[in-house]
Design a protein. Structure first.
Length: 431
């Protein structure tokens, strides 16, 4: 089949270390395509009040990545997360991203000042000041290391109302200094860890008018570009009917849809991608995980949609996170729209299709915690997947979306600067 490949991306990445993807081979079965998600309500960011995590990657006398201190009526939980904070307009090295450091204080005193301190020898130096929010949190972006060495942080909550000053127990960034797997999309083609998914029109499904195709994916300038383009070889038009709004006939489309099935999967930890999404409605971009053994009735595990974006000016803000699992033959969805999603942007001129942001999930045996640039957007508990999962990147045009965009406004593009995984195995990543 003759296809047209989108033009190569402009070379706009600053020089950086080339890091080819390292992969662990897994024998896995074929997986199903992501189904359109039903938009259900889900839990807003909750208080992080679980037990302290042990950290096998850190020496016995060093602090773990999570600490809890209770004194009198006050309690501080401090957590050091990986380098998942990097908003910006240009591509950048993941090594330059900032670590997230999150303090959760009880009782809640919104507006209370909380100071972040870093250890330097035998002393502690103040590096930032934040105010406690309505959920009791103070969230910081901080350096993960200096000259390759891990850093130790603590926070000091200042006196407020009837509350006396209190300091947390230290935490260390050591657990997160070495990612399990990284792809920075250097060069001009995908690394061998990636494969193209969904390469056949799924007639009779809600994906009957679009399919994945290598011509809708290109690499250049330090990013992978996933696109929705018209299928140049289609000689007929696709009929949309049934549950999808606005029945009619529309042009067939090709989607950028790639994953690491058969090459890399992991179990528990933090997965993150730095993404700049497409602009218009009529397709949705996504960073998601599927079980290595497949997503189908009777299979273990669940699909974890770290983030999906349905375009600018969406009435619900456009950003969502989901989990899909099977109970017998019935597919169960949980999750939904990220509330007040614009509050996670850096300012009025920022936007999900204007700049890059890091979308991550912290996956433990007990829960999923979703974040944007280190700030929690929500969490899910119960029926959490306990099998290896592999990452997927996609820009997909489902039948229910296609009528929302005219063909003359194609192509649409989504850019991914880098993808990283910090695997923790059976150990909770953050308590």
């Amino acid at each position: 089949m003759s296809v047209r490949r989108p033009a190569r991306l402009p070379a706009h990445r600053p020089a950086r270390r080339s890091a080819g993807p390292s992969a662990r081979l897994l024998a896995v079965a074929a997986t199903a395509l992501l189904l359109p998600a039903s938009l259900l309500a889900w839990s807003p960011p909750g208080s992080a009040a679980d037990q302290v995590a042990t950290d096998p990657a850190v020496a016995d006398d060093a602090p773990a990545s999570v600490s809890v201190r209770s004194t009198g009526r006050q309690r501080i939980r401090l957590e050091a997360l990986p380098q998942v904070v990097q908003p910006g307009g240009a591509v950048a090295s993941p090594a330059a991203a900032r670590a997230a450091v999150v303090a959760t204080l009880r009782p809640i005193r919104p507006g209370r000042r909380v100071q972040l301190q870093v250890q330097e020898g035998e002393t502690w130096r103040a590096v930032a000041m934040k105010r406690q929010d309505r959920r009791g949190r103070a969230q910081f972006a901080a350096a993960a290391s200096v000259d390759g060495e891990a850093l130790r942080y603590r926070v000091k909550a200042m006196a407020a109302a009837s509350m006396s000053p209190v300091k947390s127990t230290p935490v260390s960034t050591a657990r997160w200094l070495r990612a399990t797997w990284t792809d920075e999309f250097d060069g001009s083609q995908l690394g061998p860890v990636w494969n193209h998914r969904g390469r056949e029109y799924a007639h009779g499904s809600r994906r009957s008018c679009a399919k994945g195709d290598p011509s809708a994916t290109s690499v250049g300038g330090g990013a992978v570009r996933l696109s929705v383009v018209k299928d140049p070889d289609a000689t007929t038009r696709c009929r949309i009917e049934g549950r999808d709004a606005r029945a009619g006939r529309f042009g067939y489309r090709l989607n950028g849809h790639i994953g690491t099935q058969h090459a890399f999967a992991f179990r528990y930890g933090v997965a993150a991608a730095r993404v700049k999404f497409h602009r218009l409605r009529g397709q949705h971009g996504a960073f998601w995980l599927q079980p290595a053994t497949g997503m189908h009735a009777g299979a273990p595990g669940s699909e974890i949609d770290v983030v999906e974006y349905f375009g600018d000016r969406h009435p619900q803000g456009g950003l969502a996170s989901f989990m899909h699992r099977y109970e017998g033959k019935r597919r169960i969805a949980s999750g939904g729209w990220i509330k007040n999603s614009r509050s996670f942007l850096t300012g009025r001129r920022d936007g999900w299709s204007k700049n890059y942001h890091v979308f991550s999930v912290e996956w433990t045996p007990r829960m999923l915690v979703f974040r944007i640039d280190g700030k929690e957007t929500g969490r899910m508990r119960g029926k959490i997947s306990d099998v290896p999962q592999f990452p997927i990147l996609s820009l997909i045009s489902a039948n229910y979306e296609i009528p929302k965009i005219k063909e003359k406004r194609l192509p649409q593009h989504m850019y991914v600067d880098w993808v990283r995984v910090w695997e923790t195995g059976g150990q909770p990543a953050g308590g």
